[in-house]
Design a protein around this ligand. Structure first.
Ligand code: XMP
Length: 485
């Protein structure tokens, strides 16, 4: 059978990127402030904001994940570190806030004051429930109790014995009311036999009020994801107890070895699993088939990342906007409803709106979040301006840390697939997210859509030319800082 080389070339389908389209303004009665941008990251994980930070070593560790979850999104902890360190990062996010702390640090009545002081300092906590060998709560010890006590005294002699407690069904409002009334900062939660079930702190109660849109699990803890290689079952198993979602971190998921490893992996874990990255209809079908329904979301886009040289080097790529629409089409054909996460190349809210309009449920960003205070790495001053480091996980710098090697540096590849540099410092996550979500809401307002699902239905795309791109941004004006003498 002769190969039709000519047709392959001239009948190639169009592959489009964010810069090829605009969202056409539609009939609208939507106030941007009324738009609901909450979304599903996976079949079961719900976010209040469709933003995800990339698992990259200059983007997401615990600090970024905490800050983003407080705004309603989620961070995916990178895997360019030993398993224990990645687990510790996830635990830090889970410990950052919770309505009822379940793994309470306690002390026994026969311990000494010096033991309590040491424990408080080591764990950075200011109060310890006192629990006897029968697991029943017998008192509470706060800094006030130990401050002027003799270090050799027994806890039983200095603790507060009359403890104000709450039952397991207590609501946040009841807890707050009780703590205000009794002027206490810690409220132990007990069952009818006085067995300690947990602890509520005033700090966590206030934090819930400060961040009302935070993305939380059923226990009130912040949501967090972690990146894994589908080949690394040990890492996945170590992480699954502490994260809400495991995210495949593979440049080319549509690879038979990766698919078969993923098939084995999903049988071993109970946590939600996001597959990716992929970018074609065929890859979506093969992913669904291989995982036999055990996939909860798909990461879309190959080669669009701002630090990628994959496509430049290999000429292989499925730009994010194209990838999203391919996956959306394939899922619809398969009558499956799975969240798509648009990953790579999103520079501003408008790109995010286009990705959502094309069928995505959330957008993942590296570059934008790398410029935030909460990303790893310090500020760099260049010519009077501030920057932060940013690098691809396939860059030589990242690859020198061996844990990312399997994504971009298989011996067979042996080429750098990412670059490293700096990005402008943008301020803290809250500021960046507010600006981004304001832009998204405005786009929804123009499109006449009240929610992401509504945008999928109502959005109309306009294909744009290079001349159009030039016209649709500030032109014929000299902006401050661009003056040439
Ligand atoms: P942005 O555009 O937000 O993209 O910077 C972030 C996404 O890029 C992917 N990524 C890479 N892709 N070589 C690549 O080809 C790399 O070294 C690399 N590092 C990250 C990844 O999907 C990320 O979320």
């Amino acid at each position: 059978m002769p190969i039709d080389f000519y047709s392959k070339l001239v009948n190639a389908s169009g592959v489009y990127t964010f810069r090829d389209f605009v969202l056409l303004p539609g009939r609208s009665d939507i106030e941007p402030s009324k738009v609901d941008i909450s979304t599903n990251l996976t079949k079961s994980v719900r976010l209040n904001l469709p933003l995800v930070s990339s698992p990259m070593d200059t983007v997401t560790e615990a600090e970024m994940a905490i800050a983003l979850a407080r705004q309603g999104g989620i961070g995916v902890i990178h895997r360019n570190m030993p398993i224990e360190e990645q687990v510790e990062n996830a635990k830090r996010v889970k410990r950052a806030e919770s309505f009822i702390i379940r793994d309470v640090v306690t002390i026994t009545p026969s311990d000494r004051v010096s033991d309590a002081m040491e424990l408080m300092q080591k764990k950075s906590i200011s109060g310890l429930p006192v629990v006897g060998t029968d697991e029943r709560l017998t008192g509470i010890l706060t800094r006030r109790d130990v401050n002027f006590a003799n270090p050799n005294e027994s806890i039983i002699d200095v603790m507060t014995k009359e403890v104000v407690c709450a039952g397991p069904e207590v609501t946040i409002e009841e807890a707050k009311r009780l703590m205000h009334k009794q002027k206490i900062e810690k409220l132990p939660v007990i069952d009818q036999n006085k067995k300690l079930l947990g602890l509520i702190t005033i700090k966590d109660v206030y934090s819930r009020e400060r961040f009302p849109f935070a993305a939380r699990d059923t226990q009130g803890r912040l949501l967090v994801g972690a990146a894994i290689s589908p080949h690394d079952v040990d890492r996945a198993k170590a992480l699954e107890k502490y994260v809400d979602v495991l995210v495949s971190d593979v440049a080319h998921f549509h690879n038979v070895n990766v698919l078969s490893s993923s098939k084995k992996l999903v049988k071993e874990i109970a946590t939600d699993f996001i597959a990716g990255n992929i970018g074609t209809i065929e890859a979506t079908k093969d992913t669904i088939d291989a995982l036999d329904g055990r996939v909860d979301g798909i990461r879309a886009g190959v080669g669009s990342g701002s630090i990628c040289v994959t496509s430049e080097v290999t000429k292989a790529g499925a730009p994010t906007l194209f990838a999203v629409s391919q996956i959306a089409v394939a899922l619809q054909e398969a009558k499956m409803s799975l969240p798509i996460i648009a990953d790579g190349g999103i520079r501003a809210a408008g790109d995010g709106a286009l990705a959502l309009a094309a069928g995505a449920s959330a957008v993942m960003m590296g570059n934008v979040f790398a410029g935030c205070t909460e990303s790893p790495g310090g500020l760099i001053k260049i010519g009077g301006k501030y920057y932060k480091p940013y690098r691809g996980m396939g860059s030589s710098g990242s690859r020198q840390r061996r844990f990312a090697m399997d994504r971009y540096n298989q011996p067979a590849k042996g080429i750098a697939e990412g670059v490293e540099g700096v990005v402008p410092y943008r301020g803290d996550v809250q500021t960046v997210v507010e600006e981004f979500s304001g832009g998204l809401r405005a786009s929804f307002g123009y499109a006449g859509a009240i929610s992401i699902r509504d945008l999928w239905v109502k959005a109309k795309f306009g294909a744009i030319t290079a001349a159009g791109i030039d016209e649709l941004r500030p032109h014929s004006i000299i902006l401050p800082g661009e003056e040439k003498i």
